[in-house]
Ligand binder design. Structure first.
Ligand SMILES: Cc1ncc(C[n+]2csc(CCOP(=O)(O)OP(=O)(O)O)c2C)c(N)n1
Ligand SMILES: [Mg+2]
Length: 550
């Protein structure tokens, strides 16, 4: 126990966050939260200022995905309400982010005055966050505040979801009361259900001739990546990942087949998954993105599905069987088998890159990036065709691909990469972002620059919202042209490059890879009708649906 115990509510919150693994808090001050910021400056947690509040939340989300928990601090109303989209995204994507919002003091609220930043009854803000977090608390009672903090942080860890803590400004320096610790921890599986589920799954595996694992996002969020490797290597099982689970297994592992996303995946992978006589789905929620808009063919009669807290085999369920317990017990129960040889070719490359005078296409650019990726790079993709194109990227290590792949909010990549790089200073971010998404949150590059970070940002300029154009074209999909390569003059120090053909891109990429002092931005000019192969497959599928049913 340290000599000085935290005795105020603000100190206790900061101490608990630090113990949970928070080394940085993102955010912007305001008068309702200034006292908390002052306290923050006095302790070991560093404050990282951002250009907007929503980018602070995206940064905290990126940080949480690398560090296990992230946090942001904002002021009441104007600050907190700006983070709603990003926090809803963290909820949908199972990322434990702690939102700390200042508020008018308890005594100030008593006469119900019309204070600035107020937009309704004082409790409305907490009620909004109630719907997009797994726990909320207003720390307005010193008797229970410490326990409220502990409960909220425990809930964030247990459910891998955001939580909301509101701290009225006159409570920051109030003495709190230490209460007995509550019994907590993770719930355990029902031992009989676990044993039966594992025995049944192991028997099915023994009998199967072409079994395959589909690995999903929950494995990453629950820290089960090594458990997956243990099962894969012992049972000799090939693995496809879902898009939201991309990089849950190192993508250069010999068992790795690629991202399966129904009709959006390559034909080879589709055939391999759809012909498997047993699919073991681990921590993979069946959302529309991961199923390629429900084009994935999953047949319950040849499936074992382990979700976070239950296992389903064929048409029957084993409730209260937790993913981590099932994985560990199945690994012990299966017969060891060698891995089948990996199919070839597994990694998309761009032959003869750069070809003289050849305009850049997304597909060849991804092939080139596969050659350029190194084990110390984290790829962070925004929403847009670059996300679909990134299906074919193969990152080296697990957890090195981050995206808002299910919630699919634009504006995620530049700020989330800020959080990821701060959480993992030994890594460098490669940011893939469309021109539309960059125009939303690209200002956060100035924070990268001022902190001396050196991400490589590739802005895909197709003059607008190409993903939407593929669905329905119109002038509403056009955006203003920007000279992205010149932003260093405003956001700098930062190097900017412009590339419309492969040779110019190659020159820019080589320089960017060598520049480890500051951000490098490569403004890639694509033909407006350029599309990734996944997007073309999806567009083809949508067209055929329109034709058959329209
Ligand atoms: C915050 C937000 N607003 C709107 C959308 C709808 N949307 C999805 S993709 C897209 C276009 C993205 O444009 P850009 O970043 O330029 O990428 P591109 O589609 O051109 O590859 C839009 C508007 C969204 N996903 N998120
Ligand atoms: Mg675009």
């Amino acid at each position: 126990m340290s000599a000085v115990e935290p005795n105020t509510i603000g100190q206790y919150l900061l101490r608990r966050l630090h113990e949970a693994g928070v080394g940085h808090i993102f955010g912007i001050p305001g008068d309702y939260v200034l006292g908390f910021f002052e306290l923050l400056e006095q302790g070991p947690i560093r404050h990282v200022g951002t250009t907007r509040e929503d980018t602070a939340a995206f940064a905290a989300d990126g940080y949480a995905r690398c560090q296990g928990i992230g946090a942001l601090a904002v002021t009441y109303g104007v600050g907190a309400l700006s983070v709603v989209n990003a926090i809803a995204g963290a909820y949908a994507e199972s990322s434990p982010v702690v939102v700390i919002s200042g508020a008018p003091g308890v005594r100030e609220q008593q006469a119900d005055p019309l204070l600035h930043h107020r937009f309704g009854p004082f409790n409305f803000q907490r009620e909004i966050f109630e719907r997009i977090t797994c726990a909320t608390a207003v720390l307005d009672d010193p008797v229970i505040a410490f326990r409220q903090i502990d409960r909220a942080l425990a809930a964030a860890r247990r459910h891998c979801k955001p939580v909301y803590l509101e701290i009225p400004r006159d409570q920051v320096l109030c003495r709190g009361h230490v209460m007995p610790e509550e019994a907590g921890g993770m719930p355990a599986s029902d031992p009989d259900a676990l044993a039966e589920a594992v025995a049944e799954a192991a028997a099915l595996l023994m009998a199967a001739s072409s079994p395959l694992i589909i690995a999903g996002m929950e494995l990453h969020r629950r820290g089960l990546q090594q458990a997956l490797v243990d099962l894969v290597e012992r049972a000799g099982l090939p693995v496809a990942a879902t898009l939201t689970g991309k990089s849950v297994l190192a993508e250069r592992h010999p068992a790795y087949l690629g991202v399966y996303e129904g009709a959006m995946s390559s034909e080879d992978l589709c055939a391999r998954v759809e012909q498997a006589d047993l699919l073991i789905m681990l921590g993979a929620p069946l959302n529309d993105i991961d199923t390629g808009i429900y084009t994935a063919r999953f047949d319950a009669r040849r499936m074992v599905r382990a979700a976070q807290d239950e296992v389903t085999i064929h048409y029957h369920r084993y409730p209260a069987v937790y993913l981590r317990d099932f994985l560990a017990a199945l690994t012990t129960a299966v017969q060891p088998r060698p891995l089948p040889p990996p199919p070839a070719p597994v990694i998309a490359t761009a032959r003869d890159f750069p070809a003289a005078g050849r305009p850049i296409t997304l597909e060849r650019l991804i092939g080139r990036l596969n050659q350029a990726l190194t084990p110390d790079m984290i790829v962070v993709s925004d929403t847009g065709d670059c996300l679909f194109a990134a299906l074919d990227l193969r990152v080296h290590d697990r957890g090195e691909f981050l995206a808002s792949a299910f919630y699919t909010t634009m504006g995620f990549a530049v700020p989330a990469a800020l959080g990821a790089q701060i959480a993992r200073p030994d890594h460098r971010a490669l940011i893939l972002v469309g021109d539309g998404a960059f125009q939303m949150t690209g200002t956060e590059l100035s924070t990268h620059a001022s902190l001396g970070l050196a991400p490589i940002v590739i802005v895909f300029d197709n003059r607008g919202y190409s993903t939407e154009r593929c669905i329905l074209d119109g002038p509403f999909n056009d955006i203003a042209p920007w000279r992205y390569d010149r932003l260093g003059e405003v956001f700098g120090p930062m190097q900017g490059y412009r590339a419309a053909d492969e040779e110019a891109f190659e020159t820019a990429l080589v320089k960017a890879l060598a520049n480890r002092e500051q951000p490098s931005l490569i403004h890639v000019r694509l033909a407006p009708n350029d599309a990734s192969s996944a997007m073309r497959r999806l567009a083809g599928y949508l067209r055929s649906r329109v034709k058959n049913h329209g």
